[in-house]
Write a protein that binds this ligand. Structure first.
Ligand code: ADP
Length: 460
């Protein structure tokens, strides 16, 4: 169901409920008023007749009957009966047989009137009032008056009809207004929908109209525009990555091709062939390194769910990394130290993927040695009650301020690093892996003085 229809229907349901409650209470009050008023009239009539018969009397009952029947205030189907203490009928305003009298005014009802002095009741369609009338000299009498509120009931019926029609009319108007109102409120969303449908991967820089920048819909547009900006950035990164990667691959491949071409141009001595083959081997090794790096990057982009996490002790992992790096580069010096000796194993244990975390520390320590003339890296392990820290410190070439953020982009290399081997892949892999572990990576660096990379990971 469309939101517009939903809002209109909900709005109508609320108004219908209010209208129904209002109409029902209005009808109930009108009905109660009618009853009260009619019973009061019946009571008056009963007391007037009793006064005439007992106080004023002896009065001719025929005359009273005549008065009863001819008065202007006569009620529809009005009947007045007066009983003495023995339940004998003293006066009846109409000629009724004893059965009919008994049907309406049985001893039980008369007893109730004597007990309570005043009773209101309804029998069939008649409203009945019983009044106890006491005269000091003549004793106690019960006067029963009954009549049908014909006019009152007709008026009530009319009122009910009008209320039902007004209710239906009200609901109809609400539905129409609800649709108009909902359409009006959702207009900006429809407009936004239209704008969004024109956005493609090539025109992300076509922001949505942010309206008054205040209401919820404007906020949505602002957030959407910010998301577009982030998407655009990541598309740009992707594009530059693809062009950088192909450039990086093309250079050694072109080198290989020209070396082979030149050596094939004329007959060479075995020594010359050996020289060419060695150079080809070097280039191939560089290519393998680069593709390995790209593979690492692709692996780090894998979905987190497919990577298994276990408890990993960081100090053990770093010692293993040190060993592996030293076996590859015997000129490296890697010093490992603790800020504090951990009392508990948990203090330096994280939930993570060992091989991936090893890639992080291996890249950072390798860089520290690679970019410093001493080929030396200090590794410090620390912890607090929530996290573990690993700081990799070097006294190397440092990183220019304006490139500190960019070096984490895939294939980006700082201007002062071109003389060193590398492809600019390691740090982007590190950041991705650390993110995956809900950690962070920070950098402090000063040109020609050195750099400190700090990895913070939540411990178990
Ligand atoms: P690579 O070292 O292969 O170029 P990285 O992604 O590991 O790739 O590093 C990206 C860039 O960051 C490097 O090219 C270099 O400019 C800079 N960098 C990284 N580590 C250091 C360091 N310890 N000292 C100075 N520069 C560094």
């Amino acid at each position: 169901m469309k939101i517009r229809t939903k809002i209109a229907l909900q709005f109508t349901a609320i108004i219908a409920l209010i209208l129904a409650t209002f109409s029902a209470s209005f009808y109930y009050i009108a009905q109660q008023n009618r009853k009260d008023e009619f019973f009061a009239r019946l009571r008056d009539r009963a007391l007037t007749d009793a006064n005439l018969l007992i106080k004023v009397g002896p009065i001719n009952t025929k005359l009273l009957k005549l008065i009863d029947q001819e008065t202007l205030s006569k009620l529809y189907a009005e009947k007045v009966l007066m009983f003495n203490a023995d339940n004998k009928v003293l006066y009846a305003s109409y000629s009724a047989d004893s059965l009919e009298i008994y049907y309406f005014y049985n001893p039980e009802l008369l007893k109730r009137v004597r007990e309570r002095t005043y009773v209101e009741t309804t029998r069939d369609s008649l409203d009945v009032v019983g009044v106890m009338y006491t005269d000091e000299e003549k004793g106690e009498f019960v006067v029963m008056a009954s009549a049908q509120d014909y006019m009152g009931k007709i008026q009530l019926e009319k009122l009910r009809e009008s209320l039902v029609y007004s209710f239906l009319f009200g609901v109809l108007i609400t539905i129409v207004l609800g649709f108009i109102f909902a359409g009006q409120s959702l207009k900006p969303i429809s407009a936004m929908n239209k704008e969004i449908s024109t956005i493609t991967a090539y025109n992300l820089r076509k922001p949505l109209n942010e309206g008054n920048r205040q209401d919820e819909i404007a906020q949505l547009a602002i957030n959407f525009n910010q998301m577009l900006e982030r998407l655009e950035e990541s598309f740009d990164l992707q594009r530059s990555f693809v062009s950088n990667a192909s450039h990086e691959l093309r250079t050694p491949l072109a080198g290989l091709k020209s070396e082979i071409q030149v050596s094939l141009e004329e007959e060479r001595t075995p020594d010359e062939y050996r020289k060419v083959l060695r150079s080809v081997l070097n280039d191939t090794q560089r290519l393998i390194q680069l593709t390995n790096g790209l593979l690492q990057l692709a692996q780090s982009e894998k979905k987190e769910r497919s990577i298994s996490f276990q408890e990993v002790r960081l100090d053990e992992l770093i010692f293993e990394t040190q060993e592996e790096l030293l076996s590859l580069h015997n000129d490296y010096q890697i010093n490992i130290d603790f800020d504090d000796i951990p009392d508990l194993e948990q203090d330096i244990t994280v939930l993570g993927n060992g091989p991936l975390l090893k890639t992080v520390f291996s890249n950072l320590i390798d860089n520290a040695c690679k970019y410093s003339s001493e080929k030396r890296a200090e590794v410090r392990i620390g912890f607090n009650d929530k996290s573990c820290f690993v700081r990799v410190i070097d006294k190397g070439i440092g990183i220019p301020d304006d490139e500190k953020q960019r070096i984490f982009e895939p294939l980006y290399r700082a201007k002062n690093a071109t003389a060193f081997r590398g492809y600019g892949i390691g740090l982007s892999v590190c950041r991705r892996i650390v993110d995956m572990h809900r950690g962070s990576i920070r950098l402090q660096s000063e040109l020609q003085k050195g750099s400190t990379f700090e990895v913070v990971l939540p411990h178990v």
